[in-house]
Design a protein around this ligand. Structure first.
Ligand SMILES: N[C@@H](CCC(=O)N[C@@H](CS)C(=O)NCC(=O)O)C(=O)O
Length: 385
């Protein structure tokens, strides 16, 4: 063999070996890829199975609605205030209680048979919309004004629990006695509230030339007022009474006569669950009608009384739709025994603040001398029948 031919054979042989090696490399890479693919496919299948499982769990929960969700969870999640004495405030041990919180306690009794099966989520004014929209709470009961846009955007408002209106508080030393005298004043106000919007309307409608000092929460708003950063503090009148009662020298501050808005305060439930809305509304009704019928924590009837309205309310005869709402027949017995009627709740939390009920809009409608008297209180709800 000539040298040239030999060189050619060697070159060809080397090329073939390289080709085979290359192919072997490729095969190994292919095999590794296939293995990876198979692992990914089986991981994807497992994920899909898990997602299907979660979807069916969610569908099951949605079918049962919030009532079933709360029962399965074993507690009620309630958005509340933790800095408004009387309505929702934390005690020294950090336990949050108050007039608004007692509604959540009543709902917890209605659904879970235990007033303490409750988690309170402290929520500032500005956090309320996002909190309700996220669906993370079952109810919000927190000095919240029912308005059309909140009803459309946040959730459904159950019956009003406290009828209020916006007022102003000033240091007594300012010598201001009327709202008109606030012209040109600096006003401390909390953001994310109807308060903030109403005071702008008030300013605009009356050419008051007000200046606003806006804070993010109740504590900061009150601190700004006490530090003298503004001339007046504005919020719901009940909020002013509550704040004033907590001050070192309440007499140094005066709540001016005059109300600039309507503030019907009540609980809100997430949109999209009528049964849950009906249940919460009925719990409010139970508190109110128990008071109207003279039933308190200490005289809850457990046997037929002969008064058909009382017997119906306490599940002793007839019904008011408990089954459709998912309430036990005798839910009212448990609720009133555990938290008391509307009047007892009011007296426990609001009377000590000096929020007089008699003659106010928060008296029962039936406290008027006749049922259609124009001067009766406004507290009543759908009759429980
Ligand atoms: N009712 C009004 C005002 C409610 C409100 O949040 N008021 C303030 C002042 S009384 C408050 O409770 N703040 C507590 C906080 O955000 O920490 C509304 O619904 O917007």
């Amino acid at each position: 063999m000539s040298r040239k031919v030999l060189t050619l054979v060697v070159v060809l042989a080397v090329a073939m070996v390289a080709l085979i090696a290359c192919q072997e490399d490729n095969t190994a890479a292919m095999e590794a890829l296939q293995r990876e693919n198979a692992t990914m496919e089986s991981e994807m299948a497992a994920m899909e199975a898990r997602m299907a499982e979660m979807e069916s769990m969610t569908a099951e929960m949605m079918e049962g609605g919030r009532l079933e969700t709360v029962k399965a969870r074993g507690n009620l999640i309630c958005a509340g205030n933790n800095s408004l004495a009387g309505f929702g405030a934390a005690d020294a041990a950090g336990n949050v209680g108050g007039f608004d919180i007692d509604l959540c306690r009543a709902v917890a009794v209605a659904v879970l048979g235990d007033a303490n099966a409750l988690e309170i989520r402290p929520t500032t004014a500005a956090e309320r919309g996002p909190t309700m929209q996220s669906g993370e709470v079952d109810i919000m009961s927190r000095n919240t004004t029912w308005t059309s846009s909140r009803n459309a955007q946040w959730g459904n408002f159950a019956p009003t629990m406290f009828y209020d209106g916006q007022g102003f508080m000033v240091p007594t030393s300012l010598g201001v006695n009327t709202l008109a005298e606030l012209e040109g004043a600096k006003i401390c106000v909390q953001q994310g509230t109807t308060t903030e919007l109403n005071v702008q309307d008030f300013d605009n409608q009356n050419n008051m030339n007000l200046e606003f000092v806006i804070s993010a929460d109740n504590i900061a708003t009150n601190a700004a007022y006490l530090a003298g950063n503004c001339d007046a503090l504005t919020t719901d009148r009940s909020g002013l009474v509550s704040t004033r009662a907590e001050l070192d020298n309440p007499a140094d501050h005066v709540i001016l006569p005059g109300t600039i808005s309507e503030e019907p305060l009540g609980p809100v439930v997430p949109h999209g669950d009528e049964q849950w809305y009906d249940l919460v509304s009925a719990v409010m009704g139970i508190l109110i009608y128990a008071e109207a019928y003279g039933i308190t924590q200490s005289n809850v009837p457990t046997a037929v009384t002969g008064d058909s309205a009382v017997d119906r309310l306490f599940g002793l005869e007839g019904d008011y739709g408990q089954e459709d709402m998912g309430l036990s027949k005798t839910a009212a017995q448990d609720i009133i025994r555990a938290v008391g009627n509307y009047g007892e709740i009011y007296d426990r939390h609001l009377t000590p603040l000096g929020l007089a009920r008699e003659g106010s809009r928060n008296a029962l409608w039936s406290a008027a001398p006749c049922t259609d008297c124009p001067k009766g209180g406004q507290v009543y709800t759908a009759p429980l029948r």
